[in-house]
Design a protein around this ligand. Structure first.
Ligand code: UD1
Length: 431
């Protein structure tokens, strides 16, 4: 490994934060919307996409299909006219599971697609069976061969798809595929995440004739249109990132600081904010901000169970565990979405958190005395939990493998630095 350098964060705590942090555009909204441009025949402008590794990966993936992409200022101009290659290769898919989102639009537009199977990842097996079964219902012939999903369809025909689980990605793939399906498609038990609604808004803005009803509810109806339907000239900005917003709100509470989190949509965070209220947190909220205030009393522990939206988001579970390790009293966290999403626990324990695991439950004792330590990121949200813990731990924390955090947080170190935290990014030889 000699000669390879990697970014690390050096954090010195404890920290007080103050001021205002502006939330970036949602990664999980931007990725499916970028994939949906494959449906189009003309250049589309997407505005304010976040500067993130996953966005760059999706850009590379679209370019590998033949899309021309130019970036001017805040805008990505994606021109899918020149798509001439219908395969998403393993090298790109293995670095980002969301690559599977090109399957639905490729199939709908070109009647053919070959996409590498994403395989396992750090937080669980994460199969794509629901995507495949749903697309088969729409009339696609799909089989897997040598690690690839091979899909073909002369035409897609609207139908009823009842998802056994409200998978976010499967709902998105089906929504995109059904856009060009003949007749009406009804997706039951659809995922209700705000990112689904955003994708539907984007599709309807692009195709004025397209009718999508119920996006954001568990039943979505799509009246398909022809591939040659008129397209509007649009500049689309995806919604702000609710997970980044929750992460900064937690930071404000952990550092007992006066912190305004702006450009966010608090109504996308109801179950999270309700838990904070019950713990005794003090904050104001408006249409587009949450303002965290310092509390005289320590917050109380609380039990959390992750669920599909509108339940408590699995993507905030790790960060919430950091918070619960410093509040008064015991909490139990039950992870119901991913079977292996407790990789942050051993690292938090090394910093002094008292957490024990029992299957998909974590018991967090609270009132932990946290000390800085060398720690290692394992996945995206786990690394956010390490950054949060390092802000309140006494002394120096060295966080390795921060490329995980860079997948989903735009300049997290710079944002915390600007709020007054002692955090530095260094490029060091890998150990
Ligand atoms: C999306 C989010 C991710 C978030 C997750 C759950 C994006 C780019 N990523 O991921 O940040 O953590 O929602 O809120 O938006 N499953 C199957 N078969 C399938 C599909 C999913 O068994 O075909 C299972 C998964 O293994 C997992 C659960 O369903 O246990 C949730 O997955 P899903 O909702 O599809 O999440 P993603 O779309 O991958």
């Amino acid at each position: 490994m000699m000669g390879i350098k990697m970014d690390v964060f050096l954090v010195e705590g404890p920290n007080k934060l103050s001021g205002e942090v502006r939330i970036s555009t949602s990664k999980n909204s931007s990725l499916p919307i970028m994939a949906a441009t494959i449906l189009s025949k003309k250049k589309i402008a997407l505005s304010q996409l976040p500067h993130l590794r996953d966005i760059r990966t999706m850009r590379k993936l679209l370019e590998s299909l033949g899309c021309r992409i130019e970036i001017h200022g805040d805008e990505h101009y994606i021109d899918p006219k020149s798509i001439n290659h219908l395969e998403a290769p393993y090298e790109l898919v293995k670095t980002m599971r969301a690559s599977i989102l090109v399957l639905g639009p490729l199939l709908a537009r070109f009647g053919e697609a070959k996409v590498s199977l994403p395989g396992g990842c750090a937080i669980g097996a994460r199969p794509v069976d629901l995507h495949i079964e749903g697309l088969k219902k729409l009339g696609a012939e799909i089989h897997t061969d040598k690690g690839y999903v091979l899909a073909k369809a002369k035409k897609l025909v609207g139908c009823e798809v009842d998802l056994p689980f409200p998978s976010v990605g499967a709902t998105e793939n089906l929504l995109m595929a059904a856009t060009f399906a003949e007749g009406t498609t009804k997706i039951s038990n659809a995922a209700r995440e705000p990112e689904i609604e955003d994708l539907a808004l984007f599709l309807c803005a692009l195709y004025p004739e397209l009718e999508i009803q119920g996006a954001g509810t568990h039943e979505i109806t799509i009246k398909g249109i022809s591939k040659d339907s008129a397209e509007a000239d649009i500049v689309y900005t995806p919604i702000p990132d609710r997970i980044e917003a929750a992460t900064f709100i937690i930071a404000g509470l952990m550092c007992n600081s006066d912190l305004a989190v702006v450009n966010c949509r608090p109504h996308h965070l109801e179950s999270f904010l309700e838990k904070l209220k019950a713990m005794g947190a003090i904050f104001d909220r408006g249409e587009e901000y949450v303002h965290v205030k310092p509390c005289k009393e320590k917050l109380k522990g609380i039990d959390i169970q992750t669920e599909p939206y509108p339940g408590f988001p699995t993507d905030v579970q790790a960060q919430m565990m950091s918070l619960l390790s410093v509040v008064n009293g015991k909490s139990v966290i039950t992870e119901k979405i991913f079977e292996n999403r407790f990789m942050h626990v051993p690292e938090l324990v090394r910093m002094g958190a008292q957490i024990s695991l029992d299957g998909n439950k974590a018991v967090v004792e609270g009132n932990s005395i946290l000390e800085g330590a060398p720690v290692m990121c394992t996945d995206l949200r786990a690394s956010a939990a390490l950054v949060l813990t390092s802000l309140v731990a006494n002394g120096k924390t060295r966080i390795q493998r921060v490329y995980h955090v860079d997948r989903g947080y735009e300049g997290i170190d710079k944002k915390f630095f600007d709020l007054g935290a002692k955090i530095k990014r260094l490029n060091e030889p890998m150990e």
